[in-house]
Ligand binder design. Structure first.
Ligand code: ZN
Length: 133
């Protein structure tokens, strides 16, 4: 498996509209538009930071994973995403190493990326996302 870089940090927010100002006004990052990923009940907004990005995530529904996360832990860092060269290969390798996966096969994420999550019990509580673009 080849990890190319930290692709993005996923940050759960109650409302992108209400919370984006810190990122855009205070930090001066550019918000590149939003995208709804209905399968994950989420609206995402990407803000490039050098070679990586910040991803703000807002739930579209009270029973979505981001809403549940905020209910349990409050807003904050939801996941760390590593860009991999080949996501199928990476998942197969991790499975072989006995790493618990949430996604056995990649699903479709924002921006047409292929993404998969590893189980936090395998990663010291950090939700790790693999993504291939
Ligand atoms: Zn993400």
């Amino acid at each position: 498996m080849k990890i190319l870089k930290i692709d993005h940090l996923g940050i759960a927010v109650s409302s992108i509209d209400e919370k984006k100002n810190f990122w855009t006004e205070a930090l001066g990052l550019q918000l590149e538009g939003t995208e709804t990923v209905e399968a994950q009940k989420v609206i995402t907004a990407f803000l490039p930071v050098g070679d990586s990005e910040v991803e703000l995530l807002e739930s579209t529904s009270p029973d979505g994973p981001v809403a549940k996360y905020i209910e349990k832990k409050g807003e904050g860092i939801l996941h760390v995403a590593f860009r991999v060269e080949n996501i199928e290969e990476a998942l197969a390798e991790l499975k072989e190493k006995g790493i618990a996966l949430i996604d056995q096969v990649p699903r479709k994420g924002a921006g047409g990326a292929k993404i998969a999550f590893l189980h936090p019990r395998a990663t010291s509580g950090v939700l790790v996302e693999l993504c291939e673009r």
